[in-house]
Each structure stands twice: as C-alpha cells, then as structure tokens.
Design a binder for this molecule. Sequence first.
Ligand code: AMP
Ligand code: P6P
Length: 345
Amino acid sequence: MSESIPSMRVAGSTVVGTTLREHVLAGMRAAPGATGEFTSLLNHLSLAIRIIHSRVRQAGLADLLGYTGETNVQGEQVQKLDSYANDVLVTVLDKSGHCGIIGSEEIDDAIVSSHPGKYVVLFDPLDGSSNIDTNVGIGTIFAILRRTEPRGVPTVAEALRPGREIACAGYALYGPSTVFVLSTGQGVHGFTLDPAIGEFFLSSPDIRCPIQGSMYSVNEGNFPRWSPQIRKWNDWIKMESRQDGRPYGMRYVGSLVADAHRTLLKGGIFAYPGDTKSPNGKLRLLYEANPMAYLFEQAGGEATNGVDRILDIQPEKLHQRTPLVIGSKSDVGAFRQFVTGERDE
Ligand code: AMP
Ligand code: P6P
C-alpha cells in the first residue's frame, strides 16, 4: 500500500519581521542586471552604523565623551565619538571594495579608496556632535552616487554632482532607539535596531511626509540676523489663524537628524536659513542637505534653499554650505513665497 505523501505548505510565517537585509535583497532582485555590489555596499554601511550604535550607547561609560583636542575642517573641536564614527565608516567602506571616492565631514579632502569600486559615498559620520555630551539624539547621514567613470581613476569631480544624481540616501538616528531610514529611489523606509540581536527590522514602511504639518523647527536665536522676508515668515507662522492651523508648535532639538526625522514623520517645516553672519547657512550640501532633500522628495515632501530645489544645486566644493528648508509641500511652499516676496502675510 503506497504511503500517503505528506502534505506541504508554502512558508510564509509572520513570526519574524522583515529585516533590512531582506529588504535590500528584495531591492536587488527588482533591479535589472544588478551584480550585488550595491547590496553589499548597503550591508557594509549597515555594519558600520551598528558598530557606531554600539559605541554611542557605551560612550558615557567608555570614556568616549569629551574632546580629542583636534579641530576638523569645519574648525570645530573634534569630539572623540565624531572621530571614532568617521574612522569606522572609512575603514568599513574602504574594505568593502565598492567605493571609489569617500567624502566625510571630518576629513578635508575626499579619499580615494585603496580598493576602488563603482560608488561614491559621502557622509556626516556623527551629526549633532555638539549634543553628544548631553545625551541628545545624534545621527549619521549619507548619500551614495554611482561613479561617472567607474573604470577610471577616481576623482573628486565624481563627488561634486547635484543631489538629483543620488542613487541612495539615508540616515541613522541614535535616539531612544536606533533607527535607520533609507531610500534607493523606491520610497522611504524606516528600520529599528533590535540591539539584542544586532538586526534592523522594518518598522516604518513607505514613510510619507504629510502634505501639511503643525510644527516648525528653526533656531529663533538667529532672528536678528535673518532677512526681513524670513522674519515675516517667522512672525506669520506664530500668528493665530484657525483657517490654516496657525500658530504652529515650535520644536527644535539642534540636531539635524532628530529634527528632520520628526518633520519627515509628522510633517511641518525645518529651516536653517542663511543670515547676515552665515549667508549660506550652516549645513553642508553634499552630506547633510542633499541626503535629507532626497529623502523628503522621495516621501512626497519638498527641499529648497529658500528659492531653488536643493537637488538641483551644482556643488563647487566638498564642504560647501547651503541654506536648507525641508518639510511638507504646503509648509515649504509658504516659506518660499515669503522669501521670494510673493506674500508677506
Ligand atoms: P550593482 O550592479 O549591484 O552595483 O547595482 C546596479 C544598480 O542597480 C545600483 O546602482 C542600483 O541603482 C540598483 N540596485 C542594485 N541593487 C539594489 C538594491 N539592493 N536595492 C535597490 N537598488 C539596487
Ligand atoms: P545651531 C549640529 O551641530 C548641526 O550641525 C546640525 O545637526 C543642527 O541642525 C545644527 O547644527 C544646529 O545649529 O546653530 O542651531 O546650534
């Protein structure tokens, strides 16, 4: 008598969430002709971020707070964690063999990788460093571009390209939990690290920035240095108007990744405008403004320098600054109308 063939069913358990690794693998399968180099680069980036996470969490105990005594290209005191995060990213990305050019906020010149690959990676290794010693959320911000001449000798010109050419951008926010927010051009997705097992799990699939928010985020201490137009916008957003939800609430952490993450999820506007002291603002185009602009546009938001689209700016220098205004389409649109003089209330 033939034994009955045991029945089978297709696996499809939901016991375990989607990991970053699986999400990236799915992206590779959907990319025609992908060789796996991009996927491997993202996995190396994830490793570097998990290493930085581990050290950030120990910082207070591991005597990593405080200063190294050096100053960086920005003329800022380099904090031990800044320096450590930079070294981790440079080492891991260089060893990956997928980077031709590496650009870091902490390093004066772009680095040519010892094993040149076909990508450019630009990053701020630990943004918000002035908040390190006060336990406020800090983050890593990055942008990845495909090299224009992958077989040629890497040149810094391959890094000085408009943000619209970005292939992937994201950030890690080392907050109450460590989240990793990423876009490769198919929307924006958020992952939360389970520190017990060292895996990122999908926690915010397909993040959309609301068309309008109820919070604004700007350092009002700079008010005396702002242009008359920006001062009018700042006064306007605090005026009572039931019609369009004003006054907005004010939230300002002073750490770009924390302020941007809240604005991405909740909507509203974050602005670091230029002023009489810093006409081009404080934030860096290539590894702060561009990645954030890419993410906000991918999530249905907007990113401008007050007039032009951030992603259309042609970079001239690795560390150049730009005014940055990111957020909900409606809120960024209103800001732009004040700056261009289209409205004054
Ligand atoms: P590769 O041959 O692996 O370097 O990939 C070539 C291009 O395909 C990349 O530059 C991406 O634009 C796209 N791609 C490859 N892998 C992925 C992935 N895992 N997720 C999203 N896009 C990918
Ligand atoms: P301010 C942190 O030092 C940083 O570079 C960004 O993370 C943040 O958005 C900005 O500077 C805050 O600058 O002048 O408001 O302290």
